[in-house]
Write a protein that binds this ligand. Structure first.
Ligand SMILES: Nc1nc2c(ncn2[C@@H]2O[C@H](COP(=O)(O)OP(=O)(O)OP(=O)(O)O)[C@@H](O)[C@H]2O)c(=O)[nH]1
Ligand SMILES: Nc1nc2c(ncn2[C@@H]2O[C@H](COP(=O)(O)OP(=O)(O)OP(=O)(O)O)[C@@H](O)[C@H]2O)c(=O)[nH]1
Ligand SMILES: [Mg+2]
Ligand SMILES: [Mg+2]
Lengths: 291, 271
């Protein structure tokens, strides 16, 4: 782990009392490698290490009885700071229904997340409604309908309409059926697909979501920054869902996405089953990223 | 970009950055740049890097194997959401265009509407499909797929499997079992392809290692290269595991599949 590597450096250099700049540089090299191996974007790593360096040169480390542990704590604090410090709840609309839109790249886990969110909110006493706005992928609507059946949540699906119109219909149906939260599943799309990004923006404009959640795969590498930035600019999102955390990817993409978007990670998907879904805990991911 | 008889420290760092940004990874980047630095004659940094990357990808056989005079079997594996089912649709269409008959086995019996999704691809590509009820034993679908391919004298059987993270021991064992069934029924599959998403970071190497151990991977399909991700992890997969990229996915349409061209890939990677 990174903390072991850092302890090892101090042990090896046998320092007592003040840390030398050389020791600090060696530690920072380890931090940089750990973050890059964890898939954190090179620019995010650079800025992060810069901030840690500044703090490492300061009083808190200079006066520390155990400087190694203090530096590890600084790294951890800085990570948690970016990831959102505490769990971040959903925002509710003052006037129901609350509309939640899901967006993201192909295969990131949106449709499954829609089912999971519906299940979670229902367990909290809400009356969710699912809306099937992926009109592209073969059997996408069927997939969402099956998930809706599984959690006993109604699904709005329409043929002969654009995705934007289905979304609007979904919100109307929520009012008609007195459902208090609408969860809109959308097609996976590339951030460089102009037509599809326009569609996403059009859906957002039409249904005015209180929450737009960017669904991101925890195993994403350096491309996370390109995607997160483009989706922020074209679609805008209020929060992030991180998926497939039950794998062993370190999850550094989450740090990159949180850093460049400034948006909090709200939920963690930790398995294929619909109950594998929980509020996101920044401190847990911080220790995972550090390995 | 980099001209002159020796590169500066800054220029070496810039080359490293290009590789790291492409998901080549820390270890492979250090190997590649290390190899370059040990050469005395690096005048043009980018040209030298291109040579290094193309040679790292090697010259393995990138063709898809078939069984002359019998049913060719291709097993498609990978983690969740990478593009296995879509790739199978594309392969089936390509085979049809080559005048070959295809059976698809819907051995993902777990995920909602997986069979319906593959069924749609069977329609679009003119392939037969063998599927069971949701929740059925995937092994049973595999047996039936083999039986159908033989009985109907189909040229190619392509087996779709459920996405599975390599950390799931029971799911990886299930995949091993599917491989062994095919070994017994038809002999070793002509191809066992691992589908890797180009956006995947360093975990891609762990995926390849685990799937190779359990199912014996003959080649990689690198999907979603129509995005901005470079897919640099395939370099480590080739160097560390000797597994070649055979195909690339370039979109969601039925024709969006191409054979892997190392030269073009490296050009795109270096931007
Ligand atoms: N192991 C694991 N698998 C997941 C998780 N979330 C989703 N999946 C799986 O990932 C795959 C893709 O999920 P989908 O919900 O279809 O993804 P999507 O974003 O809707 O895909 P598109 O609509 O094609 O863009 C499926 O096999 C899901 O079961 C998770 O947290 N863990
Ligand atoms: N842009 C792009 N999208 C792709 C490509 N290949 C597959 N996809 C999309 O990725 C998503 C997931 O594809 P699937 O074929 O369902 O992936 P899978 O591996 O079978 O997923 P699971 O069975 O759930 O594990 C779909 O939206 C596909 O259209 C590709 O090369 N480019
Ligand atoms: Mg979907
Ligand atoms: Mg599939």
């Amino acid at each position: 782990t990174l903390s072991e590597r850092i302890e090892g450096i101090f042990g090896r250099l046998r320092s007592r009392g003040r840390l030398s700049e050389q020791q600090i540089d060696e530690v920072l090299r380890e931090v940089r490698l750990a973050l890059l191996e964890a898939d954190v974007h090179t620019d995010v790593v650079r800025a992060f290490v810069g901030r840690v360096r500044e703090r490492a040169m300061g009083e808190e480390v200079r006066k520390a009885l155990t400087p190694a542990q203090t530096i590890v704590k600084i790294v951890n604090d800085e990570l948690v700071e970016i990831l959102g410090r505490t769990t971040s709840p959903l925002t509710w609309s003052p006037k129901p229904p609350t509309v939640i839109m899901l967006a993201g790249l192909q295969g990131s886990g949106k449709t499954t997340a829609a089912g999971k969110l519906a299940r979670l909110l229902k367990s909290k006493g809400k009356r969710p409604l699912l809306v099937a706005c992926d009109l592209r992928r073969p059997a996408a609507v069927e997939q969402l309908k099956l998930l809706g059946d599984e959690v006993d949540v109604p699904v709005v699906a329409r043929t002969g309409m654009t995705a934007v119109d289905v979304a609007a219909t979904g919100v109307e149906e929520a009012r008609r059926l007195m459902r208090d939260v609408v969860i809109v599943d959308t097609a996976g799309r590339l951030h460089v697909d102009e037509a599809m990004m326009s569609e996403a923006a059009a859906i957002r404009d039409r249904i005015q979501p209180t929450e737009t959640l960017f669904v991101a795969d925890a195993m994403t590498g350096q491309d996370a920054v390109n995607v997160a930035t483009a989706f922020l600019e074209r679609v805008d999102y209020t929060g992030i869902i991180l998926t497939k955390l039950d794998g062993d990817a370190r999850g550094g993409a989450a740090l990159s996405i949180a850093q460049v978007s400034g948006r909090p990670v709200k939920f963690a998907s930790t398995g294929e089953r619909l109950d594998a879904f929980e509020p996101f805990h920044p401190d847990r991911l911080a220790s995972r990223i550090l390995g | 970009l980099f001209k002159g008889t020796a590169l500066t420290e800054q220029e070496w760092e810039e080359l490293e950055e290009v590789l790291l940004r492409a998901d080549v990874g820390v270890a492979a980047t250090q190997r590649i740049v290390g190899a370059m630095r040990s050469r005395r004659d690096v005048a043009d940094g980018m040209a030298a890097l291109k040579d290094e990357l193309v040679s790292a990808l090697g010259h393995p056989d990138r063709s898809l194997k078939t069984k002359p005079g019998g049913t060719t079997v291709w097993l498609i594996t990978g983690v969740n959401g990478v593009g296995k089912t879509t790739t199978i649709g594309k392969l089936a269409a390509q085979l049809r265009d080559e005048g070959r008959s295809v059976v698809l086995a819907a051995a993902d019996t777990f995920r909602a509407a997986a069979d319906q999704q593959l069924e749609r691809w069977a329609e679009l590509s003119g392939a037969d499909i063998v599927k069971h009820a949701p929740g059925a034993d995937p092994a049973a679908v595999v047996y039936d797929g083999v039986a159908a391919a033989k009985a109907r004298a189909r040229d190619v059987l392509i087996v779709d499997t459920a996405g599975r993270l390599q950390t799931k021991k029971n799911l990886m064992e299930e995949l091993g079992k599917i491989r062994r069934i095919l070994d017994r029924e038809t002999g070793a599959p002509e191809e066992v392809l691992l589908v890797l998403d180009a956006t995947t970071g360093q975990n891609g190497v762990a995926q390849a290692r685990a799937f190779a151990e359990v199912a014996g991977i003959t080649g990689i399909v690198l999907t979603k290269l129509d995005g901005t991700a470079k897919g640099g992890i395939v370099i480590a997969v080739q160097q560390e595991l000797g597994i070649p990229v055979k195909l690339v996915g370039l979109g969601e349409g039925i024709g969006d599949l191409a054979s892997f061209d190392p030269d073009g890939f490296v050009d795109d990677l270096l931007g």
